[in-house]
Design a protein around this ligand. Structure first.
Ligand SMILES: Nc1n[nH]c2ccc(-c3ccc(NS(=O)(=O)c4cccc(Cl)c4)cc3)cc12
Length: 287
């Protein structure tokens, strides 16, 4: 069975990323112990925080195992035993954030990547999943023309009969990528993922410039709100339609797409299907 990876043959090489509960490491799976093994990305829980964390972890593995799409990182298997690790394909160019900071990409390539993220998200929604953590740091680069969504740690399934998913705050929420209804009522939906896509599109068009990143820019706009007041002040800012500014050299029609994603009314935000079409149309105007 190709999907079983024995821990004893996994050789840690370097860290690829770290979240609140998990860690992603580049490993070589080298059963012959001669350095000719394959590179894989291994995600593991950092510490078993008890509660239903282990159950959520096994659920995350099952979700990625069930996803097959060109714009979603490939599941390869898992390592057995008490502490289960998730084995994924390794993308040498790393996260979109690292890639974009490293090399200046033009507007057409930004839009190519943005459209692919929407295609991955449209597929995810076709299976009634909400991602809840869409951001440039969670998008991976296969090559100059292909990106994939690379982490599903906060992904939840929305039952057929429900419109949204309520999640109690887990403390480490990416609040600056959250839609206003997520902050106000912890209501997550397909539309709140569209809001997060708008913030991800902003990150792409700012080329992930640290001086322009969403937490920094939005905190500046909040003035001197402190501590737990940040969320309250952020809700008020977003309800007053105060949003992230237009990135330098960002085409007006692309900024308009972001603004549509940040509509306070979830039902007024575009679908990923319509975003795919709008982005393709804007890209064609560059041909
Ligand atoms: N280069 C790669 N090849 N395959 C991968 C799979 C996942 C990742 C990955 C995916 C996401 C991140 N973002 S992250 O913010 O570091 C993160 C968020 C949530 C949970 C964790 Cl453990 C890490 C960092 C790395 C990288 C690669």
């Amino acid at each position: 069975d190709q999907s079983v990876f024995h821990k004893r043959y996994l050789r840690k090489m370097r860290d690829l990323g770290e979240g609140h509960f998990g860690k992603v490491t580049l490993c070589m799976y080298d059963p012959n112990n001669d350095g000719t093994g394959e590179h894989v990305a291994v995600k593991a829980l950092k510490h078993d925080g008890g509660g239903n964390q282990h159950e959520c972890w096994l659920k995350e593995i099952d979700i990625l195992k069930s996803l097959y799409h060109a714009n979603i990182v490939k599941y390869k298997g898992c390592s057995g035993g008490k502490v289960v690790q998730l084995i994924m394909e390794f993308l040498p160019l790393g996260s979109l954030k690292e890639y974009i900071i490293g090399c200046k990409i033009g507007v057409p390539q930004c839009l190519l990547f943005a459209g692919q993220i929407c295609q991955g998200m449209e597929y995810l929604q076709s299976k009634r999943y909400i991602h809840r953590d869409l951001a440039a740091r969670n998008v991976l680069v296969e090559n100059d023309n292909l990106v994939k969504i690379g982490d599903f740690g906060l992904t939840k399934h929305i039952p057929e009969e429900k419109e949204y998913y309520r999640v109690r705050d887990d403390g480490e929420s990416p609040v600056f990528w959250y839609a206003v209804e997520c902050l106000r009522e912890s209501k997550f939906s397909f539309s709140s993922d569209v809001w997060s896509f708008g913030v991800t599109l902003y990150e792409i068009l700012t080329r992930c410039d640290p001086a322009m990143n969403p937490p920094k820019k939005l905190t500046e706009m909040l003035g001197n709100a402190h501590g737990q007041m940040v969320v309250t002040a952020l809700i008020s800012l977003l309800e007053r339609r105060k949003t992230l500014p237009c990135p330098k050299d960002c085409p007006h029609e692309v900024y308009m797409l972001m603004k549509q994603c940040w509509n306070v009314e979830p039902g007024q935000r575009p679908s990923f299907k319509s975003l795919i079409e709008s982005i393709a149309t804007i890209r064609q105007s560059y041909e």
